[in-house]
Design a protein. Sequence first.
Length: 324
Amino acid sequence: MPNISNSIFWIDTDKVKPNPYQPRREFDEARLSDLADSIKQYGVLQPLTVSRVEVMKEGGEGLVTEYELIAGERRLRAARLAGVAQVPAIIREGDTEIMKLELAIIENLQREDLNAVDKARAFQRLANEFKFTHGQIAKKLGKSRESISNSLRILALPEEMLNAIAQGRMTEGHTRPLLMLSDHLEEQGVLFKEIIYKRITVREAERLARKIAFDRVRKKEFLPDPEINELEEEFQEKLGTRVHIDRKDLGGQIKIDCFSTEDLRTILNLINRAAEGQPAADLLERHIEAQAGKEETTEAVDDRSKDEKEKDDSDLYNIQNFSV
C-alpha cells in the first residue's frame, strides 16, 4: 500500500518533473496568466501531489532527490510563470507506475475542468491501459455508465473536429448532430463548417442535421434516379459544399450551400476555371485553408437549457433517440 503523508512540504519548483501521464493537452494561456497573478498575491493555496524519485547526478557521482508530479500541473505552470521558487506539496510514497497513471487521470477528471476531448481520451486510457470497463470507470468517478460510453463516442469524429472542441470553437453539445452524420462524411463536413464559420448554436445544428437526414430519406423515396445522385456528389466534390438538385418535369433547380461572401466568390471562380479548362482543386484548397485560419470573434454557443443538458447526458449521442 502506498504511504500518503498528511504533512505538506515546501519543494523547489525546478525540482518537480512534469507528469508523463498528464491527460490534459490544452492549457488556456489566459487562465494560466490569471492564476499566476493570483499566486503572486496569495501564493499557491492548494498543494501539489508528487512522488519522490532518486536520479543520478550528472557525471554519475551520487544520487539527487527530485519529485515527479502526480496532480497539479496547472498550478505548477502558473507558479513558475509567477516566479515562485517553492510550492507546497503532499508526497506519496510507494506508488507503482500504473497507480501514478490512474491517480493522474482520476484527479483531473474529478476536478471536471478538462475539455470534452481530453476527458474522452482519459476514459480511453483507463479502458485501454487498465482494462477498466465503462461501468468501473463510472463507479470511480461517480458518473453513470452511459455518460462514460457517450463521452467516448466523441473520439469517432475526425481530428479537425476534435481540435475544434478542445480549442473551444464548438461545444460538446455540437457533437451530437455531427455524430448523426458519421455515415455521410460530406454532409458532416458541411455541418461542421456551418458550426465553425457561421457560429450556429447546438439547436440550430440539430435542426440542420435533421434536415440533412430527412433530405437523404426523401431522396431515396422520391429521387431514385442514380444519375441525379451521381451528379450531386460530383458537384459537391468539385465545389466543396453541399449541393441539392431538385429535378422536375420541365427543368429543375440546383441549390448550392454557402457560408459567406467569400464562399460565393470562390464558387464563382471555380465555375469560371472549369469553363476555362483550368484545375480548380488548388483554388478550393487555398480557400479552405484561408477559412480555417480565420479567428472567430464569438464563442461557440450551447443554447440548450440546464434540464435539456442533464437529460441528454444519458443519451446525447444515441442516434436512436435522434429522430428525423
